[in-house]
Design a protein around this ligand. Structure first.
Ligand code: DP6
Length: 328
């Protein structure tokens, strides 16, 4: 057994995943496409050690909580079963999210854990197989295994091997994501819980699942043709459609804050009044992320920074897939 340290980057969905077709295998009910982000990084080291009696997990230097540890141990158990050994592991994971807060770390976190744990256990898996493992912990993590622009197809129930794949490398298109942080603290309803509540209770869930593949196709075509208005319009619709589905759940899931609406208005104003090609997206939280050309990023960032209620802003370029930092 050995140890391995890797770096993984967060990603932002351009067409959104919301809803599962198989809860046990964590399979998405809709396809999603993302851009891996340069600035937002998790570094994770996994060391299997025969002298350990239990897995020990540290996040940003502190011992992980019981629920955090459970998700990590569940992935380590799968790795141990595949590697046919019983050794416990020490896991040390840290985030470097300097450019913008307000972006979930579960995607980069579980991508890094899957890549480090499989290698530390001596498994020689290709990226697709590692992506399928990461997906079982958090579907968006499957996308962070790859750099640039990445697709995770919808999964059919039972499709245990479903993995993400790279559509285009990071140098395909010089885009930027400008993040506007609009609130502090953890979100009130996590995405796993929120999408399950939507599936079970929202009258708009079926409509969302029916519409999502077409929106994903448009995002894909926009990427191929480097056509930002085509991509951006589909991305905004994907965001608003999944939020509408979430809002109509019982009880309703409302991620919007006043500053969220103000930031969305800023993006629309830059586009409609100033002629910039800039489009907004959101995840399961109140923050707004604006997609634009690299040459316009500073202007978009200034405008969002001046928007009432916006607490901080940051800019990310297309980033690389998982990088191995140490392996011995
Ligand atoms: C709204 O990947 O966090 O950000 O698979 O349950 O861990 P689990 O969910 P997660 O969901 C992300 C949802 C989203 C859209 C997206 O990233 O595609």
């Amino acid at each position: 057994m050995s140890r391995c340290k890797v770096r993984a980057h967060a990603n932002i969905a351009l067409s959104k995943y919301w809803g599962k077709s198989d809860l046990a295998l964590n399979l998405p009910a809709v396809p999603s496409i993302s851009m891996t982000l340069s600035g937002l990084v998790t570094e994770t080291e996994v060391r299997f050690d025969p002298s350990l009696r239990a897995d020990a997990v540290f996040l940003d230097g502190r011992p992980a909580s019981a629920s955090e540890t459970r998700r990590v141990v569940s992935m380590l158990d799968q790795v141990r079963a595949a590697a046919k050994h019983e050794q416990r592991a020490e896991v040390r994971s840290g985030n470097r999210f300097p450019t913008a807060a307000g972006l979930a770390s579960s995607a980069s976190g579980f991508a890094a854990l899957a890549a480090a744990a499989t290698r530390a256990a001596g498994l020689e898996w290709d990226d697709r197989r590692v992506s399928a493992l990461a997906r079982q912990a958090s579907a968006s993590a499957a996308r962070s295994i790859f750099g640039g622009f990445v697709e995770l197809p919808a999964g059919k129930p039972g499709q245990a091997k479903l993995a993400a794949r790279q559509l285009h490398a990071e140098d395909h298109w010089d885009l930027r994501i400008v993040v506007a942080e609009t609130a502090k603290g953890p979100k009130k309803v996590g995405s796993t819980e929120g999408m399950e509540r939507s599936r079970v209770t929202s009258p708009y869930y079926e409509a969302w699942v029916a519409a999502a593949p077409g929106l994903s196709q448009k995002v894909k075509r926009g990427l191929e043709k480097r056509d930002l208005p085509l991509l951006g319009a589909a991305m905004e619709q994907s965001t608003l459609a999944f939020h509408a589905c979430a809002m109509a759940s019982a009880p309703g899931i409302l991620y919007f804050q006043p500053a969220t609406l103000a930031a969305l208005a800023t993006v629309r104003d830059l586009r409609e009044q100033r002629g910039l090609e800039v489009f907004a997206t959101m995840d399961a939280g109140p923050h707004v992320k604006a997609l634009c050309h690299a040459k316009d990023a500073a202007r978009v960032r200034r405008a969002l920074g001046r928007t009432e209620g916006v607490l901080a802003t940051g800019v990310s370029a297309p980033g690389p897939g998982v990088e191995i930092l140490k392996w011995d």
